[in-house]
Design a protein around this ligand. Structure first.
Ligand code: FE
Length: 140
């Protein structure tokens, strides 16, 4: 993983074999980024995505292996209990060019990942909301 900062933007390259979320978290911690957005594209051969079951309030996860393009990753950077918290959603496509996606849990990069982090000078925490079972943005 390698990155370069230009004012409030960080250009990110994540390499083959590296885990995407680990790398993005490390960059946020190293550069002390507590609020911002992330976009990216790339390729993965092992990815787990989730879907929130709103009745059980639990994520149903599914792993996909083999060649997939990360056609779009979008997400935000906030904090939970003061620690960096990434909320990332992803769309991938398989060898048949069919799109799949969900809430990103983990992804191993198979070729490269190219991301841009947009830093916002501030901090937004999250609070657990029992009604939906999620850590919601705390904006009060
Ligand atoms: Fe989500």
């Amino acid at each position: 993983m390698i990155y370069k900062q230009f004012h409030n933007k960080v250009i990110v390259r994540i390499d083959k074999g590296e885990e995407l979320i680990d790398c993005l978290k490390t960059i946020c911690k190293t550069l002390d980024i507590k609020l911002g957005s992330i976009i990216g594209i790339g390729a993965t051969d092992k990815i787990t995505v989730g879907l929130m079951n709103t009745k059980t309030k639990k994520y149903q996860s599914k792993e996909f292996t083999g060649d997939h393009e990360i056609t779009s990753l979008v997400g935000n950077i906030t904090t939970l209990n003061g620690e960096v918290y990434l909320h990332l959603h992803v769309t991938i496509c398989n060898v048949e060019h069919k799109a799949l996606g969900g809430h990103l849990t983990s992804a191993v990069i198979s070729a490269t990942f190219e991301g841009i982090i947009d830093i916002i000078d501030g901090q937004i925490n999250r609070d657990y909301n029992d009604e939906v079972g999620l850590n919601l943005l705390s904006l009060k």
